[in-house]
Design a protein around this ligand. Structure first.
Ligand code: GLU
Length: 426
């Protein structure tokens, strides 16, 4: 008997992320004057797999979960991208995310294409045993399609290093040899890279640091409002406070938000969430709604959770000077235009959250060579890769007089188009 997860109202998607991604892609094709054949190929995924995964639940019933893996484009190399476990997962969200992974890998100059996977499930309501059986069952259904030189999954929303380990172990078991390189975001003990766990947040901060320099902002005196307090949101708050001394004025999660004018202590908020399940009710803070967090007068707003949270309905209320998209696809195209007119600088997702895949790539390199680097080496490479990408986006934006998202698309899609021509695909 199927037992669908609880649907939380705030997370229901009101727009189709795949249509939005295609819209962004069409705008870019026009700006680049892209040959029609190339445009036609890159607006759709090259391959997708839909699977049903039977899992024996702890109470003895059988639950059949639906899962997907979308490989968007592999002209630059094996496809790469995370796996999400989410009750509201849809194939169109996965398609959009796989497309964004393609642009992200291209923009970061990685020798990788883009992919994404997802399973419709509610991990918050599942035991560790059920999650392990689901993770192994998913690999059993998709293993022919993945591999260290084909398609390399990674963590994403509600998946973590333990889930990556079960998946890697299952793939190794099926193929009869240790294959650490089939998946990234693993714990260090099983071929993970040091620094991968905080890489998305750290990468985002490198981009924010460069942007602050461009806009003449002093991060020590800047205030941040962060939507989402999972791996990315928490690490971003912690590192911004620790490295720059920025003030974290507000954070939230699915169950509520908190505000403190003088600044929250990110680590204490983390422990509070660990104990109570939410940041809400953190001692010494005031409650704040999701909408009020978005419209706060903070210098930098960081959507760090899910897609489609800044839309035509709330974009005009945003007062932040910079929006750093740590999540994938948090701003709809309509909202993008409103923010651009208001003069709000948007640091686009596939630049701002590319730290994760960049260290995933470094993890792959270490797996292939069986030689492992220390943290300083990993972060030096991460910083170089992200600051180079930021400046190529900034240059493209100045040259073509377009916003940073359009500029990022132009850099990423140009590289993909040139490689398609070179390989004789069109
Ligand atoms: N899920 C992350 C992203 O959206 C990381 C992907 C990866 O490491 O392959 O970029």
């Amino acid at each position: 008997m199927s037992r669908p997860g609880k649907v939380r109202k705030t997370e229901v998607h009101t727009e189709n992320p795949f249509t939005n991604m295609q819209k962004q892609c069409d705008i870019c094709a026009a700006l680049l004057n892209l040959p029609a054949d190339i445009h036609e190929i890159i607006r759709n995924p090259m391959r997708e797999l839909h699977v049903s995964i039977p899992v024996r639940m702890d109470d003895g019933t059988l639950n059949v979960f639906k899962g997907f893996r979308v490989q968007y484009n592999d002209v630059l190399g094996p496809t790469k991208g995370g796996i999400r476990f989410h009750p509201n997962e849809t194939i169109d969200t996965i398609r959009a995310l796989a497309g964004w992974m393609t642009w992200k890998c291209s923009l970061l100059d990685l020798p990788l294409g883009g992919a994404k996977g997802g399973i419709i499930c509610n991990p918050r309501e599942m035991s560790a045993g059920e999650l392990e059986r689901l993770s192994r069952g998913y690999v059993e259904k998709i293993w022919q399609l993945i591999g260290p030189d084909k398609d390399i999954p990674a963590p994403d929303v509600y998946t973590n290093p333990q889930i990556m380990t079960w998946m890697m172990d299952e793939y190794s078991r099926i193929t009869g040899k240790n294959q650490f390189g089939v998946i990234t975001g693993k714990p260090v003990a099983v071929g993970g890279s040091v620094g991968r766990d905080i890489a998305t947040a750290r990468g985002g901060l490198y981009v924010i640091e460069e942007a602050a320099r461009t806009y003449g902002m002093d991060l020590r005196k800047s205030t941040l409002a962060i939507q989402g307090y999972g791996n990315v949101g928490f690490n971003l708050a912690y590192l911004a406070d620790d490295i720059f001394g920025s003030t974290i004025v507000a954070v939230n999660d699915q169950s509520g938000g908190i505000y403190k004018k003088e600044g929250l202590n990110p680590l204490e908020v983390f422990y509070h969430k660990k104990k109570t399940g939410s940041v809400a009710g953190f001692p010494g803070s005031e409650p704040i709604s999701n909408e009020d967090l978005f419209s706060l007068d903070a210098d930098i707003l960081c959507p760090s959770a899910l897609e489609n949270v800044i839309t035509g309905d709330n974009a005009s209320s945003i007062k932040a000077r910079v929006v750093a998209e740590l999540a994938n696809g948090p701003i709809t195209p309509e909202a993008d235009d409103i923010l651009f007119e208001k003069g709000v600088q948007v640091l686009p997702d596939f630049l701002c959250n590319a730290g994760g895949v960049t260290v995933s790539y470094l993890e792959m390199v270490q797996n292939f060579s069986m030689y492992y680097w220390d943290e300083a080496e990993v972060f030096e490479r991460l910083k170089k890769q992200l600051t180079t990408a930021y400046h190529s986006v900034l240059n493209s934006s100045e040259k073509h007089k377009v916003n940073l998202r359009k500029a990022a698309y132009m850099v990423a899609v140009k590289r993909i188009a040139e490689t398609m021509l070179l390989r004789g695909w069109v």
